[in-house]
Write a protein that binds this ligand. Structure first.
Ligand code: ATP
Length: 213
């Protein structure tokens, strides 16, 4: 059974940095699909600039015309902070315990994994795929609980991700596109257009609804 990817984010707004990395992981690991999961209330950062429903609408627009990356709105309909562990439990209820699942995170997010709610449980529920962008440093603190998890769980064999439902750590290189949602928001506030940083359909919706002004 091919693994399913889970790519969470604030997506405020979604951009080509997210889309291209997700696509590269999808292709490199030959995943069944990747669920793009916008969070309702991010636990680790300031509140997003636009409503969760609107951010999801932008994700849906960005994903139009293909089926590899899909929108998953389960965090939007759940009360309280969007803890990844709860999202994985909910996905397990939908997909069962045999389907391999890969939680896809940026390397910055991975190095802060010990601050995530019930982080050791993540490995019981899914594999963790770390997107490594050229130039980004690998900095797991030596002697930390995360370093021990890496030591015990890291694999360099991508097929291993399809043979077990959860438990491995795998590092996947992705193209470093230096695009961020904060850069796009700042640019729009200055009255500029985020042309070619995110798909045209996303720009059209941002303009239509007057977002990030
Ligand atoms: P902000 O600028 O508002 O902090 P962001 O652009 O980093 O937002 P998020 O929604 O916070 O976007 O990111 C979701 C996930 O996408 C994270 O795992 C993050 O590491 C990853 N990500 C963000 N930007 C890029 C990029 N340019 N290339 C690859 N991955 C990215």
């Amino acid at each position: 059974m091919r693994a399913i990817g889970i790519f969470g984010g604030t997506f405020d707004p979604i951009h080509y940095g997210h889309l291209r990395s997700a696509w590269e992981v999808y292709q490199a690991l030959r995943l069944q699909e990747i669920r793009m999961v916008p969070c309702r209330i991010p636990p680790h950062r300031t509140h997003p600039a636009v409503t969760p429903e609107r951010r999801a609408e932008l994700v849906a627009a960005a994903l139009a015309g293909q089926t590899a990356l899909t929108l998953d709105i389960r965090e939007l309909v759940r009360e309280g902070p969007s803890y990844t562990v709860d999202t994985l439990v909910s996905l397990r209820e939908e997909l069962g315990y045999a389907t391999p699942m890969c939680l896809i995170v940026g390397s910055d997010a991975f190095f802060a994994l010990e601050t995530w709610h019930q982080w050791p449980r993540l490995f019981e529920l899914a594999h963790v795929v770390v997107m490594h962008r050229a130039g980004a440093r690998m900095r797991v603190t030596p002697g930390s609980a995360l370093a021990a998890a890496v030591e015990a769980r890291q694999t360099t064999c991508s097929e291993a991700l399809h043979l077990a439902p959860a438990g491995h750590i795998y590092v996947q290189a992705v193209t470093a596109l230096s695009i961020s949602a904060s850069q796009i928001r700042a640019l729009i506030q200055r009255g500029e257009r985020p042309q070619y940083l995110t798909p045209q359909q996303v720009i059209n919706l941002i303009t239509l609804h007057g977002l990030y002004l």
